[in-house]
Design a protein around this ligand. Sequence first.
Ligand code: 5RP
Length: 229
Amino acid sequence: MTAPTSLSQDELKTLVGRAALDYVVPGEIVGVGTGSTVNKFIDALATVKERIGGAVSSSEASTARLKALGIPVLDANEVASLSVYIDGADEIDGRGYMVKGGGAALTREKIVAALAQRFVCIADESKLVSVLGAFPLPVEVIPMAASQIARRFESLGGQATLRLRDGRPLVTDNGQHILDVRGLAIGDPLAFESEVNQWPGVVTVGVFARQKAHVCLLGTAQGVRTLKF
Ligand code: 5RP
């Protein structure tokens, strides 16, 4: 697909959201992520809703959008596996490792991604990085552990701040809080994810290395670039 050079970031998101339809398997249930790029995908999915079995959603926000467009949403417990999970990213590197959670949906995103045989990441080209960590790393935490976990990140050279909404700690769909950690350069995402996941009180770290992308549809000024990992 070729795009004119003047596409806005929003138009690039629309482009990759539509391109992701090629990865939806007719008659099957599709895993659906969260975020502004995924919203474009959901809008595109609505145009073929008669040809799919429904969706498993990664957030209350995506569930609401899917249902509003007449796409049936199944509980993740009803599904043993998915052929494909489609989601955005805050950063993706050349190996398909990602930072996610800018929309605070990282825990459910990782759960749905773990059900899927293939993770298709949709992103505009600003998300492609050589080393993960410039985007503040989201970490969902049990509230009583937040300060302890923030200190652990400080010992790694990071600065963690509690994410706020309207002046109060943001509460996730799972009733927990989010730390955003600046100042990290995550050279070994697999090891980093394993390490941080062990810390008491961490619900989910926003490094997606075990649930990495298999394909990335990257919106560029030249059109959709397909990266395979
Ligand atoms: C939500 C996410 C999103 O996929 C990520 O924040 C990218 O969002 P957008 O498509 O709006 O840039 O991880 O938790």
